[in-house]
Design a protein around this ligand. Structure first.
Ligand code: GUN
Length: 311
């Protein structure tokens, strides 16, 4: 179970004012571990029947430290699930032509089922051109315009659901969140999180508002949200007073803030001020240990799906 502690809305309403309320913590780490072991079991069964091991190729261009950590974790998860992981680390000065050439090679390799080009890319590379070059049936990130189109159109089935939004939907499902008719507010309109997530929430019959840097009175809008998703990359921007009592709050942000007491000199916080938000929300994801591990679990699920599409 992802839910660790629970206080229902009614119970919450009956609490005396001076008693601190605490939200359910949605434990993405535990749920992701369960999904990863389920994928691992499916991979083992597939290989036992003589099927090929699913293979994921990851590409990083440049030496962004955060990207290196993310991709290392993705590769490790692949290997732990019995999949093949092919890592490409290209220098920061790589040309678009060289990157497109590598993608073309990977598109044609039968042992590579999924291709992930880690973002951000250096300025000399047009990310859209790169995403369009990945074969649609290997596009485990769901960034190819054809796959994004399938996701966007009503009644169409995308080949892959993009990893972070898929992870968020799984967390919401696991928490038993009622999405039909709910007011969902998505903070952030990125291609990786905000936009595709808004489509998935719409497919689940939520009433969806996508807020961004030009939105007026963000706090008031957020207070209308039964489900609030923060994906803006601004440390602890969402305060407790932005949250409707009992709301489900999903924090996608991973921000470093200085912490002299930490050995590294920093600690990770989300886009939501966790302590105060958890006094008001009905359920909330922690950072770290919420959405991040779910992104990786969804990536290995998508890689298995890519291998199945190739069968
Ligand atoms: N950079 C940060 N998150 C992601 C992701 O989910 N996919 C890719 N390709 N790059 C990222």
């Amino acid at each position: 179970m992802v839910v660790i502690a629970n206080k229902g809305a009614l119970e919450r309403a009956l609490l005396p004012y001076n008693q601190p309320m605490s939200a359910r913590i949605l434990d993405g780490k535990a749920l992701a571990a369960r999904i990863r072991s389920e994928v691992g079991a499916k991979v083992a069964a597939r290989v036992a029947k003589g099927g090929p091991q699913p293979g994921l190729a990851t590409i990083i261009v440049g030496d962004d430290v955060a990207s290196q950590v993310y991709v290392r974790n993705k590769r490790k998860a692949c290997e732990e699930a019995g999949m093949l992981s092919f890592g490409y680390e290209l220098p920061a000065g790589t040309t678009q032509q060289d990157l497109l050439h590598l993608i073309d090679e990977l598109n044609n390799r039968p042992d590579v089922h999924g291709i992930l080009v880690q973002l951000p890319l250096p300025v000399q590379i047009d990310a859209a051109a790169v995403q369009q070059a990945v074969a649609v049936h290997k596009d485990v990130d769901c960034l190819h315009p054809e796959n994004v189109g399938l996701l966007a159109q009503r009644g169409r089935e995308p080949r892959f659901v993009p990893c972070t939004p898929a992870g968020i939907m799984r967390l919401l499902a696991e928490a038993g969140t009622q999405l039909a008719g709910a007011n969902a507010v998505v903070l952030g309109r990125s291609n990786i999180v905000g936009r595709p997530l808004s489509l998935l929430l719409l497919n689940a019959d939520a009433t969806v508002t996508v807020a961004h840097s030009k939105t007026r009175d963000l706090a008031a809008l957020c207070r209308t949200a039964d489900v609030l998703i923060a994906a803006v990359g601004k440390a602890e921007m969402v305060g407790g007073d932005w949250i409707k009592p009992g709301a489900v709050v999903i924090d996608v942000g991973v921000n470093r803030v200085e912490d002299k007491n930490a050995k590294s000199g920093y600690r990770l916080v989300g886009d939501v001020a966790f302590e105060e938000a958890s006094q008001v929300a009905g359920a909330i994801t922690p950072v770290p240990g919420g959405v991040g591990p779910m992104t990786i679990a969804m990536l290995i699920e998508n890689t298995l799906r890519a291998a199945e599409l190739a069968d």
